[in-house]
Design a protein around this ligand. Structure first.
Ligand SMILES: *[C@@H]1O[C@H](CO)[C@@H](O)[C@H](O)[C@H]1NC(C)=O
Ligand SMILES: *[C@@H]1O[C@H](CO)[C@@H](O)[C@H](O)[C@H]1NC(C)=O
Ligand SMILES: *[C@@H]1O[C@H](CO)[C@@H](O)[C@H](O)[C@H]1NC(C)=O
Length: 271
């Protein structure tokens, strides 16, 4: 029997009140400028937009789709976003516009990540009603996947400093965040719209917390193998936690029952 007890959990929050309102104002402005890219609007075609000159460095695009076709087929590759079939928007509309944002060198001006370093620019994907392409100040639709996730394949991800682990960070439109693992060095999965990037803990400045993990092992074998399994479980659990490098880990092993069998010892692999 193996019991794993996590004695202490770290809480991490991002995006201060003022920067989330600035980020929302930016979303509204970029919706307006992205919609202006539709000079001769064509369904299913990506139109690159032009941002106002005071925001040079940000890239935007707009893509109008029939919601039925989005549901049935998805959209294979919209910039870095691979959109699966089964995307549902609320409220339901006939056509929608997906606005793409790449905040480039402005990323950290709008999405503050204290004690984290971005390894890639912040990208955004937001859905709007596509019935009036002159409309401004549109409220975002809510979109969610119903099957496979949206995959985001970042280009030119900087490599993580040695000893640190890159994580995907995703922000919803209200600024709350969530972490997940990076797949294949550059891919993040999301189930909703919002903004995202790849980050690492800047652990030269971050205070470390001590997390004690207590493994209670009941064993009838006095062997190294009986200890190996709980240690492997611990290592795999540790690698799944986003704040891995923010903490010092202490592993306590407690053996509840110990009945030595001298003969098994000689057969165990080196450990
Ligand atoms: C980003 O780069 C552009 C040039 O490509 C520059 O005009 C702009 O001032 C830069 N923005 C920031 C926040 O550094
Ligand atoms: C589209 O939006 C513009 C700007 O808000 C508005 O002036 C216009 O009346 C709208 N058109 C329709 C058909 O609703
Ligand atoms: C970031 O690191 C500094 C310096 O160690 C620390 O004082 C601060 O509380 C940290 N901020 C967050 C949000 O963790």
């Amino acid at each position: 029997m193996i019991v794993i007890i996590l004695l202490c959990m770290a809480q991490i929050t991002f995006v201060s009140g003022s920067s989330i309102s600035e980020a929302k104002a930016l979303d509204a402005l970029l919706q307006d400028y992205a919609f202006r890219a539709f000079v001769n609007p064509k369904t299913g075609v990506i139109f690159d937009g032009v941002v106002p000159s005071h925001l040079n460095g940000i890239k935007i695009a707009a893509l109008r789709l029939k919601s039925g076709s989005l549901w049935r087929r998805g959209y294979e590759m919209y910039k870095e976003f691979e959109i699966p079939m089964g995307l549902v928007e609320t409220p339901s509309v006939e056509r929608l516009v997906l606005v793409y944002q790449n905040l480039g060198n402005w990323s950290t001006n709008f999405y503050e990540l204290p004690n984290f370093t971005c390894l890639a620019p912040v990208l955004g994907l937001i859905a709007y009603d596509g019935s009036n392409l002159s409309a401004t100040n549109l409220a975002a639709l809510d979109i969610r996947v119903s099957g496979h996730p949206i995959l985001v394949k970042f280009k030119d991800v900087k490599s993580a400093p040695e000893g640190s682990v890159a994580k995907c960070v995703w922000f919803d439109l209200e600024g709350s965040s969530d972490f997940s693992n990076v797949v294949n060095g550059n891919t993040c999965s999301i189930s909703q719209q919002g903004h995202l990037s790849i980050v690492v803990h800047d652990f030269s400045t971050a205070p470390k917390r001590l997390i004690t993990v207590k493994l209670i092992v009941s064993t009838t074998r006095a062997s190294h193998v009986s200890m190996l399994k709980p240690i492997q479980s611990f290592v795999s659990l540790k690698s799944q936690l986003p704040w891995e490098v923010l903490v010092d880990w202490k592993l306590e092993l407690q053996i509840e029952q110990f009945i030595p069998f001298a003969s098994t010892l000689t057969k165990q692999p080196a450990f």
